[in-house]
Design a protein around this ligand. Structure first.
Ligand code: NDP
Length: 300
């Protein structure tokens, strides 16, 4: 299978590319920069979709970019980098004389309202309630086709992606090594997470719908580990495996002041997200629990 990956040069894209190539698939990345194995977004717009059987969009300005101050220009970039690239890919698919069989959009669990008690599956209804849930709404809407009939459309909602080479862990490892790790906010909030290798596996699974799936189908898959953990459990397990104390909690108001409350919400509050359809679809997790995922990342 030939797969086109928007934003495939990033943390998740590198893992997905490794997995797809190991399965014998060919990958082309859509990027802002030209290079081997890549096309640019403007080439995609002017030349149309290259031949492919699957397409994924992972492009987006990093929500946790430590080099950017939380302001209007950053918020605008978070939206445009996701919505515009997704629209461009969806349009190229809709205009293609031989569209791919599958089109997968990767978004986040920020669509589900933070709660200590509610449990969300792919069937849970949600309406936007804050900036990040509005972002998910616009992002997902921009991936839909108008009058297109031949491509299966999969929306995947991921929790915090854990892996050695990027995402939240990359920024967390140094303070934890220095013994400065601690819970965030109250610590009791749910912390929906997934190991990057399982995330790549779920996308690869979504790219290969069973032969008896009649297109066009549309489905949602929650991309979180089946274990439900809190921020306290995550912090203590990471500290235990790294043999470091985790005695420096960071209160919610400090997180809000440092990051902006609209963004800090992803760390200081959380949702219990159940990957019901993902499991029903037969996906087998390599890292279903925190201990196995963190051991792979930091060793035991
Ligand atoms: P990265 O931060 O690694 O970025 C992915 C790619 O997006 C980059 O390699 C870059 O490609 C492209 N990109 C970055 N900024 C812009 C911009 N301003 N305009 C256009 N393209 C841009 O992301 P991840 O791999 O960590 O995540 C992939 C997707 O999954 C993202 O959309 C993210 O929101 C979502 N997600 C990630 C989670 C996580 O914990 N990491 C959690 C939930 C969802 P290039 O430079 O080649 O153009």
């Amino acid at each position: 299978m030939r797969v086109l990956i928007g934003g495939g040069s990033g943390f998740v894209g590198r893992e997905l590319t490794r997995l797809l190539k190991a399965k014998g698939h060919e990958v082309t990345i859509v990027s802002r920069q030209p290079g081997p194995g890549k096309i640019t977004w403007s080439e995609l717009e002017s030349n149309g979709l290259p031949p492919c059987e699957g397409a994924v969009n992972l492009a987006g300005e990093n929500l946790m970019n430590p080099l950017r101050w939380w302001n209007e220009s950053y918020r605008k970039d978070l939206f445009s980098s996701r919505v515009d690239t997704t629209k461009t890919l969806a349009q190229a698919i809709a205009d293609s004389p031989s569209p791919p069989r599958s089109w997968v959009l990767v978004s986040g669990v920020a669509c589900y309202k933070p709660s200590l008690t509610a449990e969300y599956t792919e069937d849970s209804e949600w309406t936007p309630f804050d900036l990040l849930s509005k972002l998910v709404k616009e992002w997902e809407a921009s991936s839909r086709f108008i009058n297109h009939t031949n491509t299966n459309h999969v929306l995947t909602s991921f929790g915090a992606v854990l892996g050695r080479d990027g995402g939240a862990m990359k920024q967390m490892l140094l303070p934890f090594w220095l013994g400065l790790g601690g819970t965030l906010g109250s610590g009791g909030q749910p912390f929906p997470w997934i190991h990057v290798s399982d995330l790549a596996g779920i996308i690869a699974h979504a790219l290969e719908p069973p032969a008896d799936t009649p297109p066009p189908s549309q489905q949602v898959l929650n991309g979180v580990a089946p274990a439900l953990n809190t921020n306290y459990e995550f912090t203590k397990e990471l500290g235990r495996l790294m043999r470091r104390p985790t005695i420096f909690p960071v209160p919610g108001f400090v997180m809000n002041a440092l990051m902006g409350s609209e963004r800090a919400i992803v760390l200081t509050q959380g949702q219990k997200v159940i990957p019901q359809r993902t499991q029903e679809a037969g996906f087998q997790y390599k890292y279903p629990d925190l201990t196995s995922a963190l051991k792979e990342i930091v060793g035991s």
